[in-house]
Design a protein around this ligand. Structure first.
Ligand code: GLU
Length: 281
């Protein structure tokens, strides 16, 4: 069976875009052209009958720019203030762009607690279901303004996998600032080899996921590997691809070999709550 070909039939798709893919590298300001292309593509997927959820970072990055902060905020209250400003601003841009295509978009902000608590988890799932029935594209982020350490998922790679598991998505696409998984960090090791397919998340692959970080985002390859574990166990395939070109999403859904594909291995009796405390392993 051709695993890439099978991606053409995926129906419920979660797509995660990180701060470094949403912003201009030189200035840290939003890359509107890229956002426009992303929004157009997502709307078109929805028009073509796919169910789409977008997990978007960028709240802290946008808030930081609005305040003209020169440094990357490190203190919790400062990050939360930036997120409070930036999240609203980010959603204004998304709403404007989606409305150009007459596509309704909604905001869903979650914390780890949303998943731990049975009632809020079920409420969140029902909201996703209803939005989907209504033809709306949910845009998800962590509720950074209230996520103190115990409540924080912490990074949107993991959050997007949690969302994929929650809504029983069949595919998770992580738009990253790297093409996918390599045997080693390609920015440091020129001999690092690209991995096209991860049939099963063995120790060997896990150890390849070193923390190649960026200045804007929170996750490195390590959080992407944790996301792959949650996605695979919940029954969703996952692809890490370069977010520089949002058309990579379409290529993946056409069955083209783009990025690294991690195959799903649904475990019986999957319980999302089991994945919430030990995220960092
Ligand atoms: N929730 C954070 C934000 O929107 C980003 C977390 C991440 O980049 O993984 O700014």
């Amino acid at each position: 069976m051709d695993y890439r070909d099978a991606l053409k039939d995926k129906k419920r798709i979660v797509i995660k875009i990180g701060s470094s893919s949403l912003t201009h590298e030189e200035t840290g300001h939003l890359n509107l052209e890229k956002m426009e292309r992303l929004v157009r593509l997502l709307t078109d997927l929805r028009n073509g009958g796919k169910e789409v959820v977008l997990v978007s970072s960028g709240a802290i990055a946008v808030g930081r720019k609005a305040l003209g902060l020169q440094h990357k905020p490190t203190e919790t209250s400062e990050k939360q203030a930036c997120a409070a400003i930036g999240q609203a601003s980010l959603m204004t841009v998304y709403q404007k762009l989606f409305s150009e295509y007459h596509q309704n978009a909604a905001q869903i902000l979650m914390t780890k607690y949303t998943m731990i608590d049975d009632t809020s988890r079920i409420n969140a799932r029902n909201t996703f279901e209803k939005l989907n029935e209504l033809g709306v594209i949910p845009i998800v982020n962590e509720n950074d303004t209230i996520s103190t350490d115990e409540l924080a998922v912490g990074d949107n790679d993991t959050l997007s996998a949690i969302v994929a598991a929650l809504i029983h998505a069949d595919l998770l696409i992580l738009l990253s600032d790297i093409d996918g998984l390599y045997t080693d960090d390609p920015r440091k090791n020129p001999d690092a080899k690209f991995i096209e397919l991860v049939p099963e998340l063995t120790e060997e692959y896990i150890s390849m996921g070193k923390g190649a970080g960026t200045t804007l985002g929170t996750g490195g390859m390590k959080t992407k590997i944790s996301a792959a574990r949650i996605a695979a166990d919940s029954g969703a395939d996952m692809v890490i691809t370069n977010g520089n070109d949002v058309e990579n999403i379409r290529r993946i859904l056409k069955g083209e070999s783009t990025g690294t594909l991690f195959l799903a291995h649904k475990i019986p009796h999957f319980h999302l709550t089991n994945y919430l405390s030990g995220q960092e392993e």
